[in-house]
Write a protein that binds this ligand. Structure first.
Ligand SMILES: [Zn+2]
Length: 941
């Protein structure tokens, strides 16, 4: 870097860092204070010739003494160059420039003013009525930091004045130039130029009429300039430098913008009027505000600007003094702008006004029950919204053509139907016909409106209503003809079902496996026959338990005729003459149309979770059936998906949980997405009366003990080797892909599981003795011991290949067995053989086919050869031997190969199970469905 460049750089740093806090000029001499430390430093001078480059400078630094243009002088030079209109200073002296600046763009109006200075008492000068440009120049300058230094000034005058001039001043006859330089005009001109030197300048503001301001510039107390300008021009100018102006601004000046607020009100004709305006406590329309330039004026705020948001609503309605929305278009208007308006409302809009237009709540619901017949109350309903009481019939009339719109126009107010209350009002309007209110609608109202509901009864209805509320009947049909021998909890289940049936309701009987849901269902069927003398009932069950039902009905309800509507050659004419028709879900699907023509007293849907998906044909065919009372039976009813609960309710109490969109908005989204406890509790409260679930722990204190026995073991070394290789290769394949595929992870997990079960299974062999297998050896030793002790054994697996290995072993050792897999035709026969034939020692089955709907209580040992993903399914399978009828304590054996996939799955499923229970409170039906890819990968680690 050359020395010049180095000095230039340093000089620029002085400018950048504001190290020349003060500078001034006299004629062609600039001088400035170089600040070296805080408030300390020295002056430098730079003398310019007209139309010349700098020719003389003074600085105390060493460079300057050597005649080098130092960084201090250079910095001063840059400062001068930065003065406004830098083009001009080269051609005129600074003082001329200052004057020029003031007078140049000459004034339209020139005022003559008497002006005096100390040296010359009488001086006529012209002053200008200035204009906006000068004002803005004036406004935009900053206030000074440093005081003028007299010595520096004298030095400058010395440098610039000739010897002759000095003599003349001394003798009292100054030159014309000197005389002028002493005048006030000159001084003001300079001050105006810098404004830093404004001490001599004072400003006098007078807030005049018509949004104009009288601005007077006083020089040492005497008026110098005066001009009148628009308030907006003045305010705009001062905004950039408010601190400077603040002492002059003894006015209510509001530099910040004021938000527009809106008045929304009804006209006498019922139209909606929107008026933009202002105000914090009271509304002020635009017409009450005066507009001047960029500013608005009103008494409350003084001068201000408006603040308008960018929403369509604000852009449309903020500038028009009044907009009328015709009555008919109000709902559409609200729908479009409601969100914006409600956001405005929080801060700006007149709340009470707006709140009275759009209503979201029912304040009170009065129901007078006049009569009860045919499972419905004849009721008189009055709805109170805000302060308005509306009779139900009037409301129905009023809403007849707008029930499906979002905003209901109710006497010039609008009720938002997309609110919880809106949804329930709608249900009420749809379900109550000719003033007949179905019991389930009354139930809905009770649970939804709670303390806002007021029910009145009379002698005709009081008993029915009380029974309904307590869910207890006074009398229950005698079940004598059947030989059900209900246990106490089964009796109460039956009474609950009977109550539901009497009031035209439905429900979900969800007792834990093995508690005899079938028995309670049979009790209900018997009761209806007893009361009516006839019975038309349909029982829909999975194919695998159809015969189980048939057998049970024949055994326990000999007075009821049963026919099976299933298989080839089935006939509606023949089958549907019986009291009870049994059919499978599959058959129902194919013959739905015909069966839906029938009307049933009772519809029993066994294992109703089969229809949990509302998009399936199974669901649709069940939904289309006609029955007075619809009951679902299941051991695991309430799944981890709230929507599935909804499906089950749609099948048992249609309409009770509202339409799907409503349900999703009120419950499903808040619960699943936002984990809303409130919504969850509301839903629980709503469904609780119609779900009956008892666990074994609660009711079966006398059921024999169940001992769970987890058998951890280690793979043999050769198995370990295969396992490690398989895992390594598999993982390479998975992680080699661009995106990790859950399916491939699953495949690998399954392969590893199979290897843990038996290497023969993995290698596709049927020779169980060919490969070493730790699990198999352990299994055989347990099996042998049990058989030696005359214990019957149930073995579950999920792999057909394992079934083959078991069979081969049992046949080889001549052990009698029964077996049920998905392809077994006669399940009942297999079950019976195992239950009754002493030589049939072992039961083998796949968990999918044999895990539900059969009794295997002859066994007291159950072996889960491999682990099922789903703990609930495993439990169900366990319940095959641990159920009513079991007299002895049972042992459940599960295996777990240590440090393998089996151990990981065990941990993960347990964790998942408790997590789901914590969050949702529902039993996880199929936890594996909710495993993420990450969790699957975790299993593989
Ligand atoms: Zn210097």
């Amino acid at each position: 870097m050359t020395q010049d460049a180095y000095i230039t750089r340093k000089a620029k740093l002085y400018i950048q860092n504001n190290k020349i806090p003060f500078h001034d000029f006299f004629r062609n001499c600039i001088f400035g204070f170089i600040e070296t430390e805080k408030n300390r430093g020295f002056f430098v001078h730079l003398q310019l010739g007209q139309n010349k480059e700098p020719f003389f400078f003074e600085c105390k630094c060493r460079d300057a003494h050597k005649g080098i243009l130092c960084e201090h002088v250079l910095a001063l030079h840059f400062t001068a160059r930065n003065w406004p209109h830098k083009q001009e200073w080269r051609h005129v002296s600074f003082e001329n420039y200052a004057l020029l600046k003031m007078f140049k763009d000459a004034p339209h109006k020139v005022l003559k003013q008497e002006f005096t200075s100390e040296s010359n008492p009488k001086l006529d000068i012209s002053a200008i009525q200035s204009h906006a440009r000068f004002a803005s120049y004036l406004f935009n300058h900053e206030s000074p930091q440093a005081q003028r230094d007299n010595k520096a000034f004298l030095r400058a005058t010395f440098l610039e004045r000739s010897e002759d001039e000095r003599v003349m001043i001394h003798s009292g006859v100054p030159s014309k130039k000197c005389f002028f330089e002493q005048s006030m005009l000159y001084r003001v001109a300079k001050m105006a130029f810098f404004l830093e030197q404004k001490d001599a300048l004072t400003i006098d503001l007078d807030w005049g009429q018509d949004h104009h301001i009288d601005f007077r510039l006083l020089c040492e107390g005497r008026p110098f300039f005066s001009w009148t300008m628009g308030v907006d021009v003045f305010l705009k100018g001062t905004q950039t430098n408010l601190p400077f102006w603040s002492k002059y601004l003894d006015i209510n000046h509001v530099p910040t913008a004021i938000p527009t607020v809106y008045s929304i009100a009804f006209s006498p004709q019922g139209d909606l009027m929107i008026r933009p305006g202002f105000g914090q406590h009271s509304f002020m329309g635009l017409e009450e505000v005066e507009q001047t330039g960029h500013y608005l004026y009103c008494r409350e705020f003084g001068y201000f600007q408006t603040q308008i948001g960018l929403s369509e609503f604000e852009l449309t309605y903020s500038s028009v003094p009044e907009t009328i929305i015709p009555r008919k278009k109000i709902p559409a208007f609200l729908k479009k702008h409601q969100n914006v308006i409600q956001n405005l409302e929080r801060t700006f809009i007149d709340k009470s006004l707006f709140g009275s237009i759009l209503l979201t709540e029912v304040n009170r619901l009065d129901i007078t029950l006049n009569d009860y017949q045919n499972r419905a109350f004849q009721a008189e309903i009055t709805i109170t919204i805000k302060d308005q009481r509306i009779h139900f019939a009037d409301l129905k009339q009023l809403l007849s053509d707008q029930l499906n719109t979002r905003y209901w126009n109710i006497k010039n107010r609008f009720f938002d139907a997309k609110t919880p209350d809106g949804h329930y009002l709608k249900a009420l309007l749809v379900n109550v016909e000719n003033s007949f209110m179905p019991v389930q609608t009354l139930f809905q109202s009770i649970f939804h409106f709670q303390s806002r509901l007021f029910v009145q009864t009379n002698t005709l209805t009081d008993a029915s209503y009380q029974r309904m509320k307590s869910m207890q009947m006074e009398n229950y049909p005698d079940l004598e003809p059947a030989s059900l021998n209900l246990r106490p909890y089964q009796s109460s289940g039956y009474r609950w079902l009977w109550f539901l049936r009497c009031y035209g309701l439905g429900g979900l009987l969800c007792d834990q496996m093995g508690l005899g849901k079938t028995h309670q269902g049979m009790a209900l069927l018997t009761a209806v026959k007893q009361e009516k003398g006839s019975l038309r009932a349909l029982v829909v069950a999975p194919r695998s338990v159809l015969f189980h039902w048939q057998e049970k009905l024949q055994a326990f309800c000999p007075n009821l005729s049963v026919s099976l509507f299933y298989g080839q050659g089935r006939s509606i004419q023949v089958s549907f003459k019986s009291d009870i028709v049994l059919t499978s879900y599959g058959t129902l699907r194919s013959d739905a149309e015909a069966i839906q023509m029938k009307h049933f007293d009772i519809l029993l849907m066994d294992e109703i979770q089969n229809a949990k998906n509302a998009k399936t044909a199974t669901f649709a065919s069940l939904r289309g059936l006609h029955a007075d009372c619809r009951v679902g039976l299941t051991g695991t009813p309430i799944e981890n998906r709230v929507s599935e609960l909804k499906s089950l309710f749609d099948l048992t109490i249609p309409g009770y949980l509202g339409d799907s969109a409503t349900f999703r908005e009120l419950y499903e989204l808040p619960i699943t997405k936002f984990k809303s406890r409130e919504a969850l509790n509301q839903l629980k409260q709503l469904v609780a009366p119609f779900i009956l679930r008892r666990s074994k722990d609660e009711v079966l204190l006398d059921l024999p003990e169940k001992i769970e026995d987890l058998k951890p073991f280690s793979l043999t070394s050769i198995e370990r080797e295969w396992y490690t290789t398989l895992k390594k290769e598999g993982k390479k394949g998975i992680f080699g892909e661009e995106r990790i595929s859950a399916l491939h992870v699953f495949q690998l997990i399954n392969k590893l599981k199979r290897l843990c079960c038996h290497p023969a299974l993995h290698f596709g062999s049927d020779d169980y003795a060919k490969y070493p297998c730790q699990k198999w050896d352990l299994f055989i030793s347990i099996l042998k011991e049990a058989l030696d002790n005359k214990v019957k054994v149930v073995i579950f697996t999920q792999y057909l290949g394992m079934i083959d290995l078991f069979k081969k072993y049992l046949e080889h050792h001549q052990i009698g067995y029964a077996c049920i897999t998905g392809s077994t035709r006669n399940r009942q026969q297999e079950q019976n053989r195992f239950q009754t034939d002493p030589s049939c020692r072992v039961f083998i089955g796949t968990i999918g086919a044999a895990g539900v709907g059969i009794d295997l209580t002859a066994a007291t040992l159950l072996i889960h050869y491999d682990r099922w993903w789903n703990p609930a399914r495993e439990e169900q399978a366990t319940d095959r031997i641990h159920r009513i009828g079991q007299k002895q304590s049972v042992q459940i054996v599960k295996f777990m190969a240590l440090d393998t996939i089996e151990e990981r799955i065990d941990t993960l499923i347990n964790r998942k199970k408790s997590l789901l229970k914590d969050v949702v409170g529902f039993d996880p039906e199929d936890a594996v469905k909710h495993l993420t890819t990450e969790e699957l990968l975790e299993i593989l680690t």
